[in-house]
Write a new protein. Structure first.
Length: 726
């Protein structure tokens, strides 16, 4: 009873643990779940709190002293780009009102290589490097206005993070109207003016709520700005007056909005303006005072107001005299006095949207010679307050059409493939050479010495190019990710992110039908190549080679299958857990990270290589979960290319004794589950020095030849031993 009770308790504990793991896996990741673990100052300098996540757009205000200085968002809320694991890489970032990222933090990912290979500090450093990214510039450059900081071994992961941050950031900026990037630019719902709002307000109210915007520059600011240009000619001609004197005090209002227009212009002047405007046109009222005129006198000569310029996103408008009207006075009784008050019409063909932010750019000029001038520009920004707009339809930048998201993913993996064109070409050449070698293996192995150096050269190239340079080491984690993807909804995008791995898996699938698992394990696996090359070096230094008794050797084979099925079972519960335990593979340590990681992993990998010095391909024989996984479908192979004699195994044991991985039974059969297709048995098959069958055939031919020489001939040729000499 005690034993049964103990077993029951153990099973109950396991069930509870697995249930907890599954619950954690099922828990949805959202901005609200990550914010409690983030300090506000990590996302915006000096910030001290987060506001509640908004209902319309899933962002949280980042607060500093109660004021919003940025908006925090989770990339996976806005874009569906997944990493090689098939899962999103979750990054929380913050964006300010000028569409610039103020902080970036990597919060969660399931990338197989990064998860247990790349130091977390490296990933944090690269991710935080996106702080300061200007998304306005990214929109203008199509997302390529910055350079990628690639980490060796995590190329795909970095590109996924980059794509997610840039696309999600642009969506947030457009959804919130930051930096002039509006939902309209993203084909989102457009805001409409509330034409029924005709509330009359005084100047104080209009200037207080932002209906009237102001820009004031004094003489000191202007002189300092020209000094910063470093233009000595402009510096020598400073603006006259005291530093505090007003250079220009400029105000602007969008008076085609009924409430604003009637409040500032009065009913009569507002009606005159509406009759002046055609359908789709809008008007701004610009008011100024001070030493500098925003109109100047250029319009008198050329008909164009060259000192002001309206800009909205990628749209702009310059004003001509036909688009201008003077205003005699304002209807508000509490407004200041202005020396200039003018209406400017924005034509319909400009595509101006009154619901979106825009700016009026002021050109300040300074004479530096008889006819020469130098210029500076200053912007007066304007955004229509919410009370003048109809309620907006919910802005849902998260929900992107399936076609758009698929197109974005396709663009990403195509970009990766284009960047890897040279590597893809080299891998293609390697596969062609290897295919030709297998198809013509009898001819390839006829000369033992030539084939030996060909194989050593190929394995060296596999190790240095596929392994240490391209980081294209296949792993059992790839298979687990594929199985998990098939369960949760398979898509090609995640697997196309790494072209060299993708191509190799297709080659492996074809090779399983023709030759079995050995085509990869024996030729294209970088860690397998490392084992064989180091064992060859050990042999050169006379390191003794151990051959395990056949019975023990045969009983150690199942270990790799047990490891694979254990990882497979874990992946059914938690892919992340299976990825952790897949560290039984030394591939990441020895190949991807080139032994640059924490010492326990390095010691483990070196221990396996040390055993390999005495037992060739020790890891391949007994522990490789990937080899075990490939051996299972390899049973379907359709061809048996390896030639054998009926004497192989009985009585000849030459091939069995010299097989590098002991894949040949004492009875002579080659075990396809264990064979790595090194073709050494095919070299021996034709060896005139080692194969008893070949040696016997040669001796028989030699005897037949001598017998022929002893047969008397009536008319022997001149060179025959029986020929008579005269």
């Amino acid at each position: 009873m005690t034993v049964k009770r103990a077993i029951y308790h153990w099973l109950s504990a396991i069930v509870v643990i697995l249930a907890g793991v599954m619950a954690d896996e099922a828990k949805a990741d959202s901005l609200a779940t990550f914010l409690p673990d983030i300090t506000p100052s990590e996302l915006a300098e000096g910030a001290d709190a987060f506001g509640p996540v908004r209902d319309d757009v899933p962002v949280a205000p980042v607060l500093k002293g109660g004021e919003t200085v940025a908006y925090a968002f989770l990339t996976s809320d806005f874009v569906g780009t997944t990493g090689y694991s098939g899962k999103p890489i979750h990054v929380v970032a913050a964006i300010d009102n000028d569409a610039v990222l103020t902080g970036v933090k990597l919060v969660k990912h399931s990338e197989p290589i990064v998860l247990i290979g790349i130091p977390n500090s490296e990933m944090v450093k690269v991710t935080e490097g996106y702080t300061g990214l200007d998304l306005k510039a990214e929109v203008a450059a199509g997302g390529t206005a910055h350079d990628l900081d690639i980490i060796s071994g995590a190329t795909v992961t970095i590109m996924v993070i980059d794509d997610s941050l840039v696309r999600a950031g642009i969506k947030v900026a457009r959804g919130l109207g930051l930096g002039g990037l509006s939902p309209a630019q993203a084909d989102g719902p457009k805001r409409e003016l509330d034409l029924s709002n005709e509330t009359i307000s005084n100047w104080s109210t209009l200037s207080g709520d932002g209906s009237v915007r102001r820009m004031t520059l004094d003489v000191g600011q202007i002189n300092a700005a020209f000094e910063e240009t470093g233009d000595e000619r402009a510096i020598r001609r400073p603006e006259k007056g005291e530093p505090d004197d007003t250079f220009i005090d400029m105000h602007m209002a969008l008076v085609s909005v009924p409430s604003i227009g009637k409040s500032l212009l009065g009913d009569a002047e507002y009606q005159n303006m509406t009759q002046w405007l055609e359908e789709g046109e809008h008007a701004i009222l610009v008011m100024g005072r001070g030493a500098y005129s925003f109109k100047g006198s250029g319009y008198v000569r050329g008909g164009i107001f060259d000192r002001i310029h309206m800009i909205q996103g990628d749209k702009s408008a310059r004003f001509f005299d036909k688009q201008h009207r003077r205003i005699g006075g304002l209807a508000t009784t509490d407004s200041p006095s202005f020396t200039e008050m003018d209406l400017f019409k924005i034509p319909a063909d400009v595509g101006f949207d009154p619901a979106e932010p825009f700016r009026l750019q002021l050109l300040v000029q300074r004479a530096v010679g008889a006819v020469d001038k130098t210029f500076l520009t200053f912007d007066l920004g304007y955004k229509l307050p919410e009370q003048y707009l109809l309620p907006a339809a919910p802005v849902t930048p998260i929900v992107e059409s399936t076609e758009d998201e698929a197109a974005a993913k396709t663009m990403l993996w195509k970009r990766i493939w284009k960047d890897k064109t040279v590597e893809i070409g080299v891998l293609g050449a390697m596969l062609l050479v290897l295919t030709a070698t297998f198809f013509f293996q009898f001819q390839a192995t006829v000369n033992a010495r030539v084939f030996f150096w060909f194989r050593m050269g190929f394995l060296t190239f596999t190790l240095f190019f596929l392994g240490w340079y391209a980081n294209a080491q296949l792993s059992v984690v790839n298979l687990l990710a594929l199985i998990n993807s098939l369960r949760s909804g398979f898509t090609w995008d995640a697997f196309l992110m790494d072209p060299l791995v993708f191509i190799q898996w297709f080659a492996v699938a074809a090779a399983l039908v023709f030759w079995g698992r050995g085509a990869y394990c024996g030729w294209l696996c970088p860690f397998g190549a490392l084992q064989e090359l180091t064992n060859r070096i050990a042999r050169a230094f006379k390191v003794p080679q151990w051959t395990l008794p056949w019975g023990l050797h045969e009983r150690l084979w199942p270990i790799k299958y047990m490891i694979f099925f254990g990882l497979f079972g874990l992946s059914m519960v938690s892919l992340s857990m299976a990825e952790h335990y897949a560290e039984v593979e030394p591939f990441k340590t020895a190949i991807i990270l080139k032994f640059v990681r924490d010492w326990p992993f390095v010691v483990f990998a070196l221990a396996l290589l040390f055993a390999n010095l005495f037992i060739e391909r020790f890891y391949c024989r007994y522990m490789c979960a990937l080899g075990g996984a490939l051996a299972i479908p390899a049973r379907i192979r359709m061809f048996d290319w390896l030639r054998r004699y009926k004497e192989c195994g009985n009585p000849c044991q030459t091939c069995a004794n010299e097989c590098p991985v002991q894949a040949i039974h004492p009875t002579g059969e080659i075990n396809p589950n264990e064979c790595v297709d090194c073709l050494h048995c095919q070299v021996l098959y034709q060896s005139t020095d080692k194969c008893p069958v070949v040696i016997r055939k040669l001796k028989r031919r030699e005897k037949i030849g001598k017998a022929d020489l002893n047969i008397p001939l009536k008319n022997p040729p001149a060179n025959h031993p029986n020929a008579k000499t005269s």
